[in-house]
Design a binder for this molecule. Structure first.
Ligand SMILES: Cc1cc2nc3c(=O)[nH]c(=O)nc-3n(C[C@H](O)[C@H](O)[C@H](O)COP(=O)(O)OP(=O)(O)OC[C@H]3O[C@@H](n4cnc5c(N)ncnc54)[C@H](O)[C@@H]3O)c2cc1C
Length: 478
């Protein structure tokens, strides 16, 4: 039997790829990637340059790996709904296999593609694999979805069997001859030039090999101290594999499996690390059970929350000019590297929603535009958690103090010095609150507040008080 294996940007690997293995078991597998203008039109790709760069690099490696095994990744240009049935017909395949997507738009696309294939006498079969538990699989005793992480994690531990990642196939069958009609959709692999994106040298490189390399480095070095190191913003204390899980250059089972043995004698580190992978599972589960979270607060009481409109404050937060060094470092790391340390994400997100009282959805969209790991489920969960309106959220009345957070998790100020170079020479004692420095000392560090670096855009107590008053007024309404 001939099967089309539809790689879809979230499974850009050959290792632990269940649809591919299933197709090979059934006979002949034909690998396909659809270059859909929804993502690849230059006007659209330029809106997501970091993720598109990672995607293009990962695709390039995938195509090369498939070629090295004797086959060829076909690039079909057009809308999935149109071209997948066309390719299926041209190659006379009886089924198309792919990994399941959980985003509402992915579910809808698959519903339509499945219907179009069925009408043409073929079928779409979806496989789990983006997460370890299929979203919706883990339910409370009452058969409902979990809204709190800890019981979800407990149920996850009980019900999910950890699978050993399957090795990549050594060879692949050669492509069948393509009919002349294939010229209607067959095209070249996308490149950065073809999608109009300029290469950013500071991004994490794409591809399955680089992903495995990152995992190996983490397993050898930082993993054993992960429980403590993960919070320190200036060190490489985390795995840096979020974009790999997002694009599927690593499977979640592979990530879990690769760390279990190295952390066997580091139970605290293992608990902390595996917990983070389960947070990702939770995020997907929430999005699947309540897709409205992508546009609305999870907690209905937060509807019509009195968020402010303030272009100047928004611009300062985006550019990293709020006058709070750690918030500014996070903003600038995002724009430069397409990545932000998790602790810095929490501080920056909290500052936007609470001190500036700006809608979390603004920050969420900005992160989705620039993060290489920008992921609908995890990003939404992170933003709603930070704002206080999400599932198992940080309580709304807890407001991070960006100064004490900085002092605790970037004590020497190395994270700030790296991303806010105009403060590089400020003494560690004042690096997170330069306005408290003796003026002479500040001057000798080359800083003039209001000129070389902004004064705080809002005082901590004022911002905190404004948010608490707004939240109390809104949430305590009968
Ligand atoms: C406001 C905000 C926005 C976020 N947006 C995203 C996003 O778009 N994409 C994304 O992958 N993560 C997001 N996160 C979660 C987290 O910040 C990143 O996953 C993490 O920083 C990635 O770095 P790492 O791979 O070194 O993580 P590690 O600390 O090494 O963790 C290992 C893996 O666990 C997963 N993980 C860790 N923390 C979380 C979490 N809180 N929620 C869900 N999964 C988690 C990630 O897949 C990560 O790669 C966000 C968090 C916040 C507070």
């Amino acid at each position: 039997m001939r099967t089309l294996v539809w790689f879809r940007g979230k499974d850009l690997r050959l290792t632990d790829h269940l649809p591919l293995l299933d197709a090979l078991r059934g006979g002949e597998a034909v690998p396909l990637f659809v270059v859909d203008p929804y993502f690849f039109a230059p006007s659209r790709a330029r809106e997501l340059p970091n993720r598109m760069q990672f995607l293009v690099e990962s695709l390039e490696e995938l195509a090369a790996d498939i070629k090295a095994r004797g086959s060829q990744l076909l690039f079909a240009h057009g809308k999935s709904l149109d071209v997948v049935p066309q390719v299926a017909k041209a190659l006379a395949v009886s089924r198309v296999v792919a990994h399941r997507w959980s985003e509402p738009f992915g579910i809808e696309r698959d519903r339509r593609v499945a219907a179009a294939l069925a009408a043409a006498g073929s079928r779409l079969e979806l496989f789990e694999g983006e997460t370890m538990a299929s979203p919706g699989q883990i339910l409370t005793g009452q058969g409902t979805s979990f809204a709190v992480f800890t019981p979800f994690a407990r149920a996850f531990a009980k019900s999910v069997t950890m699978a050993t990642p399957r090795p990549a196939p050594r060879t692949l069958p050669p492509l069948p001859d393509l009919p002349a009609s294939a010229s209607a959709w067959l095209g070249p692999a996308p490149t950065l030039a073809s999608i109009g994106v300029q290469k950013n040298e500071f991004l994490t490189p794409g591809g399955e090999r680089a992903a495995r390399g990152r995992l190996a480095v983490f397993a050898r070095a930082a993993a054993a101290q992960y429980d403590e190191g993960r919070n320190l913003m200036a060190i490489a204390g985390t795995s840096r594999m979020s974009q790999d899980l997002k694009f599927g250059t690593l499977s979640p089972f592979a990530a879990w499996d690769a760390l279990r043995e190295p952390l066997a004698h580091h139970p605290k580190a293992w608990r902390a690390f595996s917990n983070e992978l389960v947070w990702r599972e939770f995020a997907y589960d929430v999005m699947r059970s309540k897709p409205a979270v992508l546009t609305h607060p999870f907690r209905p009481a937060w509807e019509k929350f009195p968020w402010r409109e303030d272009q100047a404050a928004w611009g300062a937060w985006v550019e990293g000019k709020t006058g709070y060094p750690v918030v500014d470092a996070a903003a600038r790391q995002l724009l430069a590297e397409g990545f932000v340390h998790n602790r810095a994400r929490m501080i920056a997100a909290s500052f936007l929603c609470k001190h500036l009282l700006l809608d979390f959805r603004l920050g969420e969209a900005h992160y989705m535009k620039h993060l290489t790991d920008g992921d609908w489920a995890s990003n939404n969960l992170g933003w709603q958690w930070s704002a206080g309106c999400g599932v198992d959220a940080q309580p709304w009345f807890r407001v991070f103090n960006p100064v004490t957070q900085g002092e605790k998790f970037d004590a020497a100020g190395a994270y700030v010095r790296r991303w806010v170079p105009e403060l590089a020479k400020v003494h560690a004692k004042y690096i997170h609150s330069p306005w408290t420095s003796p003026p002479l000392e500040l001057r000798s560090a080359g800083v003039e507040l209001g000129k070389t670096y902004p004064r705080p855009i809002v005082e901590h107590v004022v911002g905190r008080g404004r948010f608490l008053a707004a939240a109390e007024g809104h949430l305590r309404k009968p």
